[in-house]
Design a protein around this ligand. Structure first.
Ligand code: ADP
Length: 540
């Protein structure tokens, strides 16, 4: 950024570069541990000082491999310390870190790697078959390195060992890009969001606040959110600023996670609701608790009320967050209101089941779904299209020719929401998933959340089915818990006092599995396709 005309150079130049984060962590919290539970069951320990040392070696290895400023270094990997090294090493070399989601479909991975023009690919041995399958389709990738094996590519540790790691970080400007993440692209091709040093640093500093991740050097954080999804919610960056201890697991098995949570005395964790469901089920089965756990950040999809109750009942602070790849990704968190302690437990749970409020820097508004020029009141009642703006919100997708925002920088999220008078966000749907019955909106998300509160329901999804009189009526597609039984009528009776009468699904259909996207969310598009020819009784 250029200094303004009145600048006399009174304050120091300090570019907001993410390399400052790792320098700070190594200098001030150098001995704080980074623990990894590997896929083969072994465990290793390094420190922030160790991560910095290896990142510097890696930066030199990348330059020796010919990486030029701004070029992309891709990873295909789970959560572990070497992946963390890569975050800083790639950026420290002047490159752009590109975390790939290994759960995407081959065609998506083909498109993304070619669109990003990745030059170097560093992968876990577990994804070697994927790499072998895709190699011929990825002509831009010149070097392959394997994180945890010397086969079928050079091993990461051997690759960086040849370099002293004494060279300074590459020169950079705070408006330079540092990281690239693609959305999963449920419609059309995935889109790349190119984070800058400045946006990443502002997001990281904001994330340290008590109302966001509330992290400091006493925090022991086990991030379940993958490092390949939505910048791992910023944790690898802000964890360095805090000097927190990290406990990583390269496998998402609830048995391993519970063991690590207990053994390493983990105080804070972050992950999507499905992970917590399996962790809680495992704890219940063994009659166990997690005495050290103080905070759980949960987002990516709505957190069921029963889960919030469960955590809060055990004295765990719940941070229900909303965000998206396009927002770096923190948009809102479950920040408590000033009168929090005066509220009843029931009220607190209700508020936590909403998506929370913005930290400083993020602005939200809702506009009319049919008339986007009309800004809706924050009345806690009127649902509209959710828009967002702020210093860590996308302006233009990678390689796009046009901005993704309007003239006032508002970005349309594709979410439908209600804003409460105190700014609390309540998501009610995705724009393309709303069910419109008799001219009124039905929130598929609220129906689903209510349904998963039933003890026999493992997963539920509501979709609209065409109806001659009402336009659309909701049906609920349900997966039963293993060994549990429940009928259509029992589910509707259960929902009767939880949602408006006219929201009650016209039918409940039981299935073995509900389709999911590459990021593990319910794929309404596929589900609607599956029920394309479905007719409601009396509606044919
Ligand atoms: P992708 O688009 O790749 O699936 P994102 O993480 O970017 O992954 O998805 C963002 C979307 O996830 C949001 O627009 C919203 O629809 C949904 N989402 C995120 N957090 C929540 C939440 N707490 N409750 C409900 N939905 C959420």
């Amino acid at each position: 950024m250029q200094p303004g005309p009145n600048n006399i150079g009174a304050m120091q130049d300090w570019q907001l570069l993410v390399t400052h984060l790792i320098d700070h962590a190594a200098r001030e919290h150098g001995e704080r541990e980074i623990v990894t539970h590997w896929a083969d069951g072994s465990e290793t320990r390094t420190t922030w000082a160790g991560v910095r040392r290896d990142a510097a070696k890696m930066a030199e290895a990348l330059r020796a491999a010919g990486l030029k400023p701004g070029e992309r270094v891709a990873t295909l990997a789970m959560n572990h310390a070497r992946h963390l090294v890569t975050w800083y090493g790639a950026v420290g070399a002047g490159g752009v870190l590109h975390t790939l989601n290994p759960r995407l479909f081959d065609d998506q991975l083909d498109y993304i790697v070619n669109h990003a023009e990745d030059r170097i690919m560093i992968f876990d041995a577990a994804f070697a078959p994927l790499v072998e399958r895709m190699k011929a389709r990825w002509p831009t990738v010149e070097h392959y390195i394997c994180f945890d094996s010397a086969q079928p590519a050079p091993a990461f540790e051997d690759w960086i060992a040849a370099y002293p790691g004494t060279a300074p970080w590459a020169d950079a400007n705070e408006r330079d890009p540092c990281m690239l993440c693609y959305t999963s692209g449920t419609t059309g091709n995935p889109k790349g969001v190119l984070y800058e040093h400045r946006s990443t640093m502002l997001h990281a500093i904001s994330g340290l606040q008590p109302q966001v991740h509330a992290m400091d050097c006493r925090t022991v954080m086990l991030p379940v959110v993958p490092m390949f999804h939505a910048a791992s919610w910023g944790l690898p960056w802000l964890g360095a600023a805090a000097g927190a201890k990290f406990v990583y697991s390269a496998v998402n098995d609830p048995v391993v996670l519970c063991d690590l949570l207990r053994r390493e005395k983990v105080t804070a964790s972050a992950g999507v609701p499905t992970v917590w469901l399996s962790v809680l089920q495992h704890l219940d089965a063994g009659g166990d608790t997690l005495p050290d756990l103080k905070q759980v950040v949960c987002g990516g999809s709505a957190m069921p009320r029963s889960m919030i109750e469960r955590f809060m009942g055990q004295g765990v602070r719940v941070v229900h967050a909303w965000g998206m790849t396009e927002t770096s990704p923190i948009g809102t968190t479950g920040a408590e209101s000033w009168d929090w302690d005066d509220r009843s437990f029931e009220d607190q749970v209700t508020i936590k089941s909403y998506q929370g409020r913005v930290p400083f820097g993020v602005e939200l508004r809702c506009v009319d779904l049919d008339d986007p020029g009309k800004v809706l009141p924050r009345d806690g009642l009127t649902a509209g299209a959710l828009q967002v703006r702020g210093p860590w919100v996308v302006k233009r997708y990678f390689k796009a020719e046009r901005d993704a925002v309007d003239a006032d920088q508002w970005f349309d999220t594709g979410d439908v929401a209600v804003l409460h008078p105190d700014g609390t966000l309540q998501l009610t749907d995705r724009t393309k998933d709303v069910i419109k019955s008799g001219g009124e909106w039905i929130s598929s998300v609220e129906l689903e959340n209510a349904a998963v509160g039933h003890p026999a329901v493992a997963e539920a999804a509501a979709i609209g089915i065409a109806h001659p009189k009402w336009d659309e009526r909701p049906i609920l597609v349900v997966v039963k818990k293993a060994g549990a039984d429940v009928t259509d009528t029992e589910i509707r009776d259960f929902l009767a006092d939880k949602v408006a009468k006219w929201w009650l699904p016209d039918a409940v259909e039981f299935v073995d599995a509900i389709p999911h996207t590459g990021t593990g969310k319910i794929s309404k598009k596929d589900l609607r396709e599956q029920f394309r020819d479905y007719t409601l009784e009396g509606a044919a």
